[in-house]
Design a protein around this ligand. Structure first.
Ligand code: SF4
Ligand code: FES
Length: 231
């Protein structure tokens, strides 16, 4: 057992003050940053506030910036990053308290993508071949952790941009073989705050813990829009 120094950016919504707290935490080889934060909460400082749930990179709630990079705290080993460790809330979002950010804008954009199957007529039976499913496998892996938004330089200066995960979700439904909402989905993609605002930095795809490739998925939609305008 060794000791790691962890600095955490704090924020108090009542006083609107921000500061850094320093903690010494006992760690072993497999201690995750999230374990260290839970230790601090249980043993050192009950006031430290952060989100988490599954502890296995599934729920997407423990996204934070660790040593300057957006990461999942439950998937990041203390032993594998440089110390002292600096933990901050996700960039590009309003902070509610300490490491908890306001997700409203993100949830709003997800909803705008109509994340459900649109059918014009009731199907009796639809047979979907595995090759037709292939394009939706990548965007379907998204866990809504918002790391891609914290990494995106465009969303950083313009929060009207719908952003990587929401647009990647739109692509997922555009490519779904049983969906019949292509026209309305292309209209959403063509909105002035949607795919054309992406300048293809690729930081979203680099940050994604589930290997979703929002940057690629957005470029595919630009291509679809270009081709549909030729018809
Ligand atoms: S695309 Fe990746 S980084 Fe973005 S919300 Fe989904 S899982 Fe998280
Ligand atoms: S706690 Fe669920 S993704 Fe980290």
């Amino acid at each position: 057992m060794t000791e790691a120094k962890i600095f955490v950016r704090r924020y108090d919504p009542e006083t609107k003050k921000s500061w850094i707290s320093e903690y010494n935490v006992p760690v072993e080889g497999d201690t995750m940053v999230l374990d260290a934060l839970v230790y601090i909460k249980n043993k050192i400082d009950r006031t430290l506030t952060f989100r988490y749930s599954c502890r296995m990179a599934i729920c997407g709630s423990c996204g934070m910036v660790i040593n300057g990079r957006p990461m999942l705290a439950c998937q990041t080993k203390v032993a594998e990053i440089r110390t002292p460790i600096v933990v901050e809330p996700l960039y590009n979002f309003d902070v509610i308290k300490d490491l908890v950010v306001d997700m409203d804008v993100f949830m709003h954009y997800l909803k705008e993508m109509k994340p459900y199957i649109i059918r014009k007529e009731e199907p009796k039976e639809i047979i979907v071949k595995s090759e037709q499913q292939e394009p939706i496998i990548n965007p379907s892996a998204c866990i809504n952790c918002m790391l891609c938004y914290a990494a995106c330089p465009v969303f950083g200066y313009d929060q009207t941009f719908k952003g990587p995960a929401a647009l990647s979700l739109l692509y997922r439904y555009l490519m779904d073989p049983i969906d019949q909402g292509r026209e309305e989905r292309l209209k959403i993609a063509n909105d002035k705050d949607a795919v054309w605002k992406c300048s293809f930095w690729g930081e979203c795809s680099n940050a994604c813990p589930k290997n979703v490739d929002p940057a690629f998925n957005i470029q595919r939609m630009k291509l679809m829009l270009g081709l549909s305008s030729l018809k």
